[in-house]
Design a protein around this ligand. Structure first.
Ligand code: KG4
Ligand code: ZN
Length: 345
């Protein structure tokens, strides 16, 4: 049994086919970042238009490359939110049109929930996640600590009160002359820097909750950049290094406190920022000091937005009997704790 997955929540157009016996068959993604980088970030109107331009070409190539026939597809899974309305609408329209034509159901997939389970794509064949889990979802739009009791049942233990970690990384990268999206480029620059040249704050590290706030850090770093000569590569690298250090310290500290608080020993780390080398290294080192602690990282290929994670989670829901007849549905502010199936149908 195979499912088609469609992801268009932000600026990556992605399509994938997932097989419940053999695992991921094929995933094709077309990034729009080159276009948006001219504007320093994603322009929603342009993103929607580019999804429309790219998606049919990607679907055609997907079926050609995978040797899968349309008649073998059991359902179309697509991202219903959170994301940009115009972008989501393109995915919703295409997915529902295909499902209607092929007379198969659609599966609504929450983008953040798909990130949460993207570590399951590391496996060769279809397997079910083991609950309960604690997760750190750290992406361009979100920084959250989530407790998962079972499929579809989530409690957001900690949330971002303002800018997400990825957003701050992208903004500071831009101030340092790096093009959007700046995460991977900033990380490369940071590897040339020295620790100790700057000392940035660790926002909310001692707060008595699991929330995050990174906008003050962004303001602090922007002042440092204005005061110092960032024409020098050494200074830019030192700023990048300390920014990474500050963000990673807060994320790691809060996650281990959350593990202690919830007594959960399985920690999943996912979302675009989880591709970061320092973050992975620090989590791995810290976990050695905690008995029974198991950390699950998503394969770096699937950390950023992709349809493979949508197809995987779509298959999981489909196999659990959660699907719908075609119906244009999307919700740009959808929360992971607001289960689409339990609350809307
Ligand atoms: O999950 P994602 O593709 O999109 C959202 O759902 O928001 O995450 C994108 C974010 C961007 O902010 C990007 O700069 C960041 O992930 N990112 C990284 C790295 N690779 C991508 N941040 C730090 N280090 C990286 N290696
Ligand atoms: Zn994402």
């Amino acid at each position: 049994m195979q499912i088609l997955g469609i992801e268009t929540s932000c600026d990556d157009t992605s399509v994938a086919i997932y097989d419940d016996h053999t695992g991921l068959v094929c995933c094709l993604t077309k990034s729009q970042s080159k276009i948006h980088s001219q504007y320093g970030g994603v322009v929603p109107e342009i993103a929607a238009r580019l999804h429309l331009k790219n998606i049919f070409f990607l679907l055609k190539s997907l079926f050609k490359n995978s040797n899968v026939y349309k008649k073998d597809i059991c359902a179309v899974a697509y991202t219903v939110g959170p994301g940009l309305s115009g972008s989501l609408l393109v995915g919703a329209s295409v997915a529902n049109s295909l499902a209607y034509l092929w007379k198969i159901p659609v599966v609504f997939v929450n983008h953040m929930e798909a990130h949460l389970f993207s570590y399951m794509l590391n496996k060769k064949c279809f397997d079910k996640p083991k609950f309960p889990l604690l997760s750190l979802l750290v992406s361009g739009g979100h920084t959250q600590i989530v407790v998962s009791k079972s499929l579809g049942k989530y409690h957001v233990l900690g949330n971002c009160l303002d800018d997400s970690a990825g957003e701050v990384i992208d903004k500071v990268a831009n101030m340092l002359g790096l093009q959007y999206p700046g995460g991977a480029k900033l990380s490369k620059l940071a590897s040339l820097g020295k620790l100790g040249a700057f000392k940035f704050p660790r926002p909310m590290i001692n707060s008595n909750d699991f929330n995050f706030s990174f906008s003050g850090l962004k303001t602090h770093v922007s002042r440092i950049i204005l005061k110092n000569n960032i024409n020098s590569l050494e200074t830019r690298a030192n700023v990048a290094r300390e920014l990474e250090n500050s963000i990673v310290s807060v994320l790691v500290d809060k996650c281990f406190k959350a593990m202690k608080f919830t007594k959960l020993s399985n920690l999943v780390i996912s979302g675009g920022v989880s591709a970061n080398h320092l973050l992975r290294k620090t989590f791995r080192n810290m976990s050695k000091n905690i008995v029974n602690c198991k950390i699950f990282f998503t394969n770096r290929t699937f950390c950023t937005d992709n349809a493979a994670m949508i197809a995987y989670l779509g298959m999981l829901y489909f196999k659990n009997g959660f699907f719908s007849s075609s119906k244009i549905f999307f919700s740009s502010k959808l929360s992971i704790s607001n289960n689409i199936y339990l609350n809307n149908f």
